[in-house]
Design a protein around this ligand. Structure first.
Ligand SMILES: Nc1nc2c(ncn2[C@@H]2O[C@H](COP(=O)(O)OP(=O)(O)OP(=O)(O)O)[C@@H](O)[C@H]2O)c(=O)[nH]1
Ligand SMILES: [Mg+2]
Length: 297
């Protein structure tokens, strides 16, 4: 069988996590319209076993944080995480949703420095009229480093199967890295934290959720019910007030929506309790970053 590791990299907000979820067939990575949603490396597994072993394949996709100019230590961690992934994979998907701009120049340089095959994935083609798509396509096709340039829609699933077909031809013979039915190796607790953070990204104004981190404080699996206590860390006292909202309404809304998603993930009823705490400048504290899970593996 064929198998291998495939990195998904690109600028923030181009749809990398949505693509990972589409390929894995499950929501593993949170995805929002706000840039810098993903902060960690997130693995998603695609397995297709055929009767004939030679036709079987397992691909381990690695979603990464969007590469951007970091403004704090968290940002440096995120960008480092993404660029280091490049060196550890058998193929790389460079995801973009427009022709290369100034933010892409740096990534294209990084891509030029690796030997594994690169595929330029132009995402969000559902939003691009054919003429506009052609212009974007040409802009990447002229970079000879790409083995292929392909338009997809991670949201509708269009051409995702073609992408899988292209990758299959690139991979070498290899072992199964994960069991047949695995979709990710992310612990459920990590995904639960991410789902809470996703709701904060969705329901809070721009700058606040970028300074938010979520940590599980207690996790108790009872029969048919999981009790989860989580702390939301923010950077300022004024942010704490905004996260909680008038009469606690904002936090209640976040909790309700996060709970629904976590119940879908775990398949059991969930009792979710949220606290908000201030941890000043945690995004620039090595100690805080490490304790919140933003550490090198
Ligand atoms: N119309 C359309 N929207 C898409 C598509 N793929 C992703 N999006 C949207 O684009 C936004 C960003 O998607 P993400 O998957 O979070 O992007 P990302 O590249 O992982 O972003 P970061 O984690 O911040 O680097 C979300 O609002 C998605 O719903 C697509 O194919 N079509
Ligand atoms: Mg993402």
């Amino acid at each position: 069988m064929k198998s291998g590791f495939i990195g998904i990299i690109g600028r923030p907000n181009v749809g990398k996590s949505t693509l990972l979820n589409s390929i894995a067939g499950e929501k593993i990575a949170i995805a929002t319209e706000k840039p810098q949603t993903t902060r960690n490396r997130i693995r998603g597994v695609y397995t297709a076993l055929a009767e004939n072993d030679a036709d079987s394949v397992q691909m381990v996709f690695i979603d990464t944080p969007g590469i951007h100019k970091p403004r704090n230590k968290l940002g440096s961690y995120m960008t480092r995480t993404a660029s280091e992934t490049l060196r550890e994979t058998d193929a790389t998907l460079f995801v973009a949703d427009s022709a290369p701009g100034s933010g892409d120049a740096h990534i294209l340089k990084l891509l030029a420095g690796i030997s594994a095959p690169r595929i330029a994935v132009i995402n969000k083609i559902d939003l691009l009229p054919p003429d506009a798509f052609k212009a974007v396509y040409d802009a990447y096709a002229k970079h000879e480093m790409f083995h292929e340039v392909l338009g997809v829609s991670a949201l509708t699933g269009r051409n995702v199967d073609r992408l899988i077909g292209i990758l299959k031809n690139l991979l070498a013979d290899g072992p199964m890295f994960f069991p047949e039915d695995a979709v990710t190796d992310c612990p459920e607790r990590f995904i639960a934290c991410e789902l809470i953070r996703e709701k904060l990204l969705l329901y809070l104004d721009d700058e606040i959720p970028h300074g938010v981190a979520v940590e599980i404080e207690s996790y108790e699996e009872l029969r048919g019910l999981t009790r989860i206590g989580a702390v939301i860390y923010c950077e300022k006292k004024s942010h704490k007030g905004m996260i909680i909202g008038k009469e606690g309404r904002k936090l209640k809304g976040v909790g309700k929506r996060a709970r629904a998603d976590i119940e879908a993930l775990l398949g059991v009823k969930v009792f979710l309790q949220l606290w908000v705490k201030v941890r000043e400048n945690w995004r620039d504290s090595d100690f805080a970053l490490r304790s919140l899970g933003y550490r090198d593996e």
